[in-house]
Design a protein around this ligand. Structure first.
Ligand code: ATP
Ligand code: MG
Length: 389
């Protein structure tokens, strides 16, 4: 017996003609995510991808955990692959699923026979295996409507597969299948969640972080690396651009009215990010902004921010409550990192009384004291690049 993963590829099945290239991408992403555990062979047929480890001693719990974080998978099963022999199936299934059968109180057997040459049809497989299980586990009752445990036998071209209830996958679309976007990542709670949400929609991510040493510490940057490391478990590798922001912030402080510091700083972030993103072939920027959360996230402030970006700005959290964002951040394990107390460049330079409804004309006027182009060029030149795995 060997164990494999059977993957049902969710929303992919809706994608018609693109399906093949989506499946190629999903398979490549799976191969990359699983390769530290073992080399894998992948087989595809009838909207199922079978992932078969070549290393017999692979840690299968770790495999399951990793597959559960790959976008583009609606559900998957950890299955035993056995010889397509009726008595082997009947003998083996109760042993393979022994623990679950002991714990459950109701069950049913489901059979799928895609190999029509197999001499027993689905009802015959269900009846014989059901009877065998009832004999060996007399406490069980059959419940065909809402069983606690569904024992499934799938007779396919190379093997018969035996598995129990499917495991819910991460959903979404394979990372990279919708293109690429640049995530503006701070050390906060919101931006890693925003990145995760867009990666789920099939975007490959590039990270951009603005650092203001010595006002911000190297630990704040390490925090960003750690956060992206968590997101990368879902999205795949992320190239991170760390932009030196100190000079720009000091220039803003020296040349612009204090009430507009934040909005002008955010506009500089958008300009610089647009340049880096375009160089990296990204089609959009992603931020963790949400309407009304802070002074820089009023409609007027968001409009001023957008005006400085030369790419579309995706804000997946725009209509979400903080509680909902927090619950996603716990689920993807970024929360505990985000709440570590290192100052971000925004917090260091926060004005006491920020303008809540800035007018674009007055912001543009207030910016006129800045050498915007020169500052931008300098910042882009000083960028540090890391690959986050
Ligand atoms: P977060 O929790 O993501 O830090 P926030 O609620 O603190 O967000 P702001 O500080 O106003 O909100 O930032 C809004 C968005 O701007 C962030 O979600 C992020 O996308 C971007 N951003 C803020 N600071 C930085 C930074 N230092 N580097 C890169 N992007 C940043
Ligand atoms: Mg922040």
């Amino acid at each position: 017996m060997k164990e494999v993963i059977l993957i049902k590829n969710g929303e992919l099945s809706l994608k018609g003609l693109n399906r093949r290239s989506f499946e190629d991408m999903l398979t490549a992403n799976l191969r990359r995510r699983l390769s530290p555990l073992s080399p894998f062979n992948f087989y595809r047929s009838q909207s199922t991808i079978t992932a078969e480890p070549l290393d017999e001693n692979v840690d299968f719990d770790a495999v399951v955990q990793r597959v559960g974080k790959v976008f583009g998978i609606a559900a998957f099963s950890r299955a035993a692959a056995v010889k397509k022999d009726f008595s082997v199936i009947l003998d083996f299934a109760p042993r393979y699923l022994e623990n679950s059968l002991k714990e459950a109180s109701t069950f049913k057997v489901e059979a799928k026979r895609s190999d029509k040459k197999f001499p027993y049809n689905s009802p015959q497989i269900c009846a014989a295996l059901g009877e065998r299980i009832l004999n060996e586990f007399p406490h069980l009752k059959v419940d065909v409507r809402q069983p606690e445990l569904t024992v499934t036998v799938e007779v396919r071209d190379r093997y018969a597969f035996i598995h129990e209830n499917q495991i819910k996958g991460a959903g979404g679309l394979p990372a990279g299948s919708s293109g690429k976007a640049a995530l503006l990542i701070s050390g906060g709670i919101d931006s890693p969640v925003a990145g995760w949400m867009m990666a789920k929609r099939g975007l490959k991510l590039t990270g951009i972080h603005f650092a203001s040493p010595p006002y911000t510490s190297p630990r704040a940057e390490q925090k960003v690396h750690a956060l992206l490391g968590k997101v990368a478990e879902y999205s795949g590798n992320i190239t991170l651009f760390t932009v030196p922001f100190t000079v720009i912030q000091e220039e803003i402080q020296d040349n612009c009215p204090e009430s507009l510091f934040t909005i002008i700083m955010r506009r500089m972030m958008m300009r610089i990010s647009s340049v880096i993103a375009a160089q990296e072939d990204c089609g959009a920027l992603i931020t963790g902004e949400s309407v009304g959360q802070v002074a820089s996230q009023t409609l007027q402030a968001l409009a001023c921010t957008d005006d400085a970006a030369s790419l579309p700005v995706f804000r997946p959290l725009i209509g979400m409550d903080k509680d909902d964002v927090v619950s996603i951040s716990r689920q993807i394990e970024t929360f505990d990192i985000s709440v570590l107390p290192y100052d971000d460049c925004c917090t260091v330079f926060t004005p006491k009384h920020p303008r809540i409804k800035p007018k674009l004309e007055s912001v543009i006027r207030a910016e006129s004291g800045l050498e915007t182009d020169a500052l931008l060029e300098e910042a882009v030149k000083g960028v540090k690049v890391d690959i986050i795995k």
